[in-house]
Design a binder for this molecule. Structure first.
Ligand code: ZN
Length: 318
């Protein structure tokens, strides 16, 4: 507002006319959206189009569960017009603390809000140490699984939430955001149908997979695959010897040969299990973050297609 005093009335009106002539989309600066993960950033890009600029705090191939904020992240947040995170415990308490400390005072939107929450048994191997110990003094019987984006059908909910949040900070773009979210949702419905068809090519009895942490609960529930992991829904804590032994015993008992490492977690556990049961690791699944731009999961749709082809090939070996 201070700068406005330096403008003559004439140049101000001229500027407004120029902005109007340039159209509603391009005249204004894009809304700066900051997300926790690269997957959420991709959703914001799909919904926001050229009305937004997006950056993710956790980089490609990074792990949101163990995210450690940097001073640069605080500055990025302070300049944000909107903050989008997943919620359901994905980002942990460090994220909330960072947002508060950054001085950002705008909306902080949980993009997973309203999805049907999958709960996982096993509070016993979830978040016993680290920052959450003080908050969770009693271990819950089940915990909310935060990995909602792994059910492709849920992404329409993510897109709608993002569209509504963007409309709050950029009312002029509301119709555009809504249309983009709707179109993206339709695209996701087609992708969902494709996933179902690919998984259906694997006999039901073979649909078992071993991964590092429980990132695929929504995927498994939606598409009829049993995922077995030594680590719980958070990768925050290394699995115990007993947890690894349990997975090895189940793999032997049920003849599971489909093993995958994840792009953002330590491959050691799965490699150890593979050695123990005499199977080969089937490759890398993109669980909680995208690959870099040159990788096989540079956007969400590519991530899904890559994971599904890897999983189908792996499960055929069971
Ligand atoms: Zn995860």
């Amino acid at each position: 507002m201070i700068e406005m005093r330096h403008l003559t009335r004439r140049s101000l009106i001229g500027g407004l006319l120029a902005a109007a002539a340039a159209g509603t989309g391009s005249a204004q600066a894009p809304v700066r959206v900051v997300t926790s993960t690269t997957i959420l950033a991709d959703f914001v890009r799909a919904v926001g189009g050229d009305r937004v600029s997006v950056s993710a705090l956790v980089p490609a191939n990074g792990d949101a569960h163990v995210y450690q904020p940097t001073p640069a992240d605080g500055r990025t947040l302070a300049a944000a017009g909107l903050v989008v995170f997943n919620g359901l415990g994905l980002e942990g308490a460090g994220f909330t603390r960072l947002v508060r400390a950054s001085g950002y005072r705008g909306a902080v939107v949980g993009a997973a809000e309203g999805i049907a929450i999958v709960r996982r048994a096993g509070g016993h191997h979830h978040d016993q140490g680290g920052g959450r110990a003080q908050r969770e003094t009693v271990e819950p019987a089940t915990v909310a699984d935060p990995h909602g984006w792994q059910n492709v059908a849920n992404v329409a909910v993510y897109a709608r939430n993002i569209a509504a949040a963007l409309a709050q900070v950029d009312a002029a773009g509301a119709a555009s955001y809504q249309a983009n979210a709707e179109r993206y949702g339709q695209r996701m419905a087609q992708l969902d149908a494709w996933v179902r068809a690919r998984v259906a090519s694997v006999p039901a009895a073979k649909r078992r997979v071993i991964t590092t942490h429980e990132a695929f609960g929504y995927f498994g529930a939606a598409y009829g695959i049993e995922f077995i992991a030594a680590q719980g829904v958070s990768s925050e804590r290394e699995p115990s010897a007993a947890q690894i032994a349990r997975v090895i015993a189940q793999a032997r008992r049920e003849n599971v040969r489909a093993l995958f490492i994840e792009n953002m977690t330590n491959p050691r556990t799965v490699e150890q299990i593979a050695r123990e049961i005499g199977a080969a690791v089937g490759g890398t699944l993109y669980a909680d973050s995208l690959s870099d731009a040159n990788g096989p999961a540079a956007n969400y749709e590519a991530l899904v297609r890559h994971n599904v082809e890897m999983l189908v090939a792996g499960m055929q070996r069971n």
